[in-house]
Design a protein around this ligand. Structure first.
Ligand code: GLC
Length: 575
């Protein structure tokens, strides 16, 4: 390598948030310090050493603000205080200090498409208090043919049913794209935008390192709130997603707040394509750093919507590769976020791997994928030990309002008479899988709490838990740690270009990462059957014969050149 082509000089735009590995914490289910059965902030602080030993750089905290918890904190009733069950603002400050002491940054969740109906803005708005009348979407409805009141338009809620609820006090309908306890803020009102900017500023001033911005593609609704006309679910999504003034609002928020701090912003945006992403990202867009898109999350569900029970469960690796590769290569100078699961999705090893015969191998393969592709990787709590889906037997076993709403909708539409008819579907899609408590040890309740957990612990905790994983050098946990270490050492894994090989191969997901003279080849046999890589089939001149193995989920010394890759074998080669 000549001095001019050192990896750092090949790197176009170095940023800490591109090099970071994010670990997502769902506070309710992470670690309970006081025995009330609900995870809390002191419980998270107690695990600061844990984050450090895994090697992650950023902790993203799902909402811990004051909230009636209709949607586990995504219904905020006071943006400037901490929910009592999670702790106090002093606890939160202590967490921030403990993380910062270890050079770990803190990302907060920003939920401002909607508030809780118990937020004082909503209470004032429903009373028509001066200045607050217009903080939310209030509309008169109509009268149906049978004389019953009907909502102002046909939009559906992500939580099932209509997106409108009639309020007896104000005698009008209000809009809620999510639960009826999550009324949508009216971003057209400049006072609302001012409130949002000021609360963002309030947290930034407290020293946080950025925000994950919730459901932000829904904040602008078109004039007249026209009916939806497609068959997509919820009804109206094509109308209320990416509305006409969204860039104006986001750009304004960026200039008022994020632009003045060295922070990371990651926008959750369902229903977003790579072509559209550029409008939001970077200085020439709305200033956001990266997007959590959903295209790969939609690969195995109905094109009409994830909670449509008529189509689910099938997916092909070829399509999966095509989607992910589009995001790997299509963003130009903009940056990607990379994830396979989170608190809204089933467990990754159950969904994209094999949580039985090849649980360990396939969980390691998924980790290899996550940590060797382009874009900031997001690891969701429990993935690092291969936590699996739970089996929900009855409707009463569920907690998530979105899943329950989908079951109710299916019943109302005559698509299912009983929960039993939907059980398999629910067990495939439910968000509740990700919300079972973190499995720390084989102690009672997996060491999550000394009390009664708010949600049942997965019965497999005696085998699948952090303590056991840390004690076993071959575990999924150690594989994550090694991959994180490798990514920290190898600029090529962060900044290198991605090139997909063998796009039509139904078993192998193979790609190269290239930065200057550095070139890595990653081969993932994403199947339970052996698969061979024929270098002649690839366009790239790989030079596999001289490749060295950097990391493998099988025996690292047995470089699989000239032989088949074993089930779920995942290898990182240096070419
Ligand atoms: C996001 C959150 C999800 C929540 C929804 C409404 O999708 O990730 O958990 O239900 O927004 O806030």
């Amino acid at each position: 390598m000549t001095p001019d082509s050192s990896p750092s000089s090949d790197v176009p735009d170095r940023q800490w948030w591109k090099e970071a590995i994010v670990y997502q914490v769902y506070p309710r289910s992470f670690n309970d310090s006081d025995g009330d059965g609900v995870g809390d902030i002191p419980g998270i602080t107690a695990k600061a050493e844990y984050f450090d030993s895994l090697g992650v750089d950023v902790v993203w905290l799902c909402p811990v603000y004051e909230s009636p918890q209709a949607d586990n904190g995504y219904d905020v009733s006071d943006y400037r205080s901490i929910a009592a069950e999670f702790g106090t603002i002093e606890d939160w400050e202590h967490l921030l200090a403990e993380l910062h002491d270890r050079d770990i940054r803190l990302l907060m969740d920003l939920v401002v498409n909607h508030t809780s109906d118990e937020h004082e803005w909503f209470e004032k708005s429903r009373r028509r208090e001066a200045g607050y009348e217009d903080y939310y979407y209030w509309r008169d409805g109509g009268i149906g043919e049978n004389g019953d009141p009907v909502p102002p338009n046909n939009w559906g809620s992500f939580m099932g049913g209509s997106a409108w609820t009639y309020d007896d006090e104000r005698e009008q309908w209000y809009l809620h794209l999510f639960d009826e306890k999550q009324p949508d803020l009216n971003w057209r009102n400049p006072d609302v935008r001012e409130e949002v900017a000021s609360l963002v500023e309030w947290w930034l001033e407290r020293g946080i390192d950025g925000f994950r911005v919730d459901a932000i593609n829904y904040i602008s609704k078109p004039e007249g709130l026209p009916d939806g006309e497609s068959d997509r679910e919820p009804t109206g999504i094509e109308v209320f997603s990416h509305g006409p003034r969204i860039h104006e609002y986001l750009r304004e928020l960026y200039e008022r707040t994020f632009a003045n701090y060295d922070v990371m912003t990651v926008a959750e945006m369902a229903d977003t394509t790579v072509d559209r992403a550029g409008e939001y990202l970077g200085e020439d867009g709305d200033g956001l750093n990266m997007i959590l898109h959903f295209e790969h999350m939609d690969v195995d569900v109905s094109p009409r919507g994830r909670f449509d029970p008529s189509e689910w469960g099938e997916w092909s690796l070829v399509e999966f590769k095509e989607i992910l590769s589009r995001w790997q290569t299509g963003l130009g100078d903009d940056w990607n976020a990379q994830y396979l699961g989170n608190h809204d999705q089933p467990r990754i090893v159950s969904r994209f791997g094999d949580d039985e015969a090849y649980r360990v191998e396939s969980a390691k393969l998924l980790a290899t994928f996550l940590l060797t592709t382009r874009g900031t990787p997001f690891v969701y709590q429990g993935e690092e030990i291969g936590m699996t889906n739970e089996e929900f037997e009855r409707l009463a076993d569920l907690d998530d309002p979105m899943t329950i709403g989908a079951v109710e909708d299916a019943a109302a539409a005559g698509r299912a008479g009983s929960f039993d008819e939907l059980r398999e579907f629910v067990n495939y899609v439910s968000r509740d899988h990700a919300r079972t408590p973190m499995q720390w040890s084989d102690d009672e309740h997996a060491g999550f709490t000394t009390g009664t957990p708010w949600f049942d612990v997965n019965a497999n905790y005696p085998e699948i838990n952090v303590e056991a994983a840390r004690a076993d050098g071959d575990s999924i946990w150690h594989h994550y740690r090694r991959l994180i270490d490798l990514r920290h050492r190898e600029d090529v894994l962060v900044y290198g270009e991605y090139e997909l090989l063998l796009p039509e191969d139904e078993q192998l997901y193979a790609y190269t990462r290239t930065l200057g003279d550095e070139r890595l080849l990653i081969v993932l046999n994403w199947s339970p059957e052996p698969a061979s890589l024929d270098p002649d089939e690839t366009d790239a001149d790989l030079g596999l014969a001289n490749a060295t193995t950097l990391l493998s989920n099988y025996d690292p010394d047995a470089t699989p050149v000239g032989r088949a890759f074993r089930p779920y074998e995942a290898v990182v080669f240096r070419l």
